[in-house]
Write a protein of this length. Structure first.
Length: 151
């Protein structure tokens, strides 16, 4: 499975920890930055990672900022993205089973490294349930079709 990783300065340390963990576990990682703690703008990285997933260059995306909020909002503005901000393993599993989330957002300043890795593992190893959830996810994606294009 190919995974794109991105973060801002607030998520850099956790991104490095997750990258190491995923590489050890045999995942194909595309780390699109940042590569240090110099201050940057999280929308740039959330958007870039989301475009990577939406464009099928990666199967899934994991994005990290201080809270996970800003970078998840950015990712969710890209067509085709369902980015779930998770603070525990239950949310991670449910975001896959019910929402078919194709991106995971985490907050480095919110959760510890151990919990973050457990969330990542739960999220990557849980399948979408389909069935009635497929109809609901389709309705989610239909919302994108109602968005007005700027003239
Ligand atoms: C950066 O200071 C911080 O605002 C950012 O990492 C994130 O928490 C935004 O939602």
């Amino acid at each position: 499975m190919k995974i794109v990783l991105a973060c801002d300065h607030g998520g850099f340390q956790l991104k490095e920890t997750i990258k190491e963990h995923l590489v050890i576990n045999g995942y194909d990682i595309n780390d699109i930055g940042v590569y240090n703690t110099e201050s940057v703008d999280y929308p740039d990285y959330g958007k870039k990672a989301a475009e990577n997933v939406a464009g099928n260059e990666a199967d899934r995306g994991i994005v990290i900022c201080g809270t996970g909020i800003g970078i998840s909002i950015a990712a969710n503005k890209v067509k085709g993205i369902r980015c779930a901000l998770c603070t525990n393993e239950f949310m991670a599993r449910m975001s896959r089973m019910h929402n078919n989330a194709n991106m995971l957002a985490l907050g480095e300043r919110v959760i510890g490294k151990g919990l973050a890795l457990n969330i990542v593992d739960a999220w990557l190893s849980t399948d979408f349930e389909g069935g009635r959830h497929e109809r609901r996810v389709n309705k989610l994606m239909d919302i994108e079709k109602t968005l007005k294009v700027e003239e």
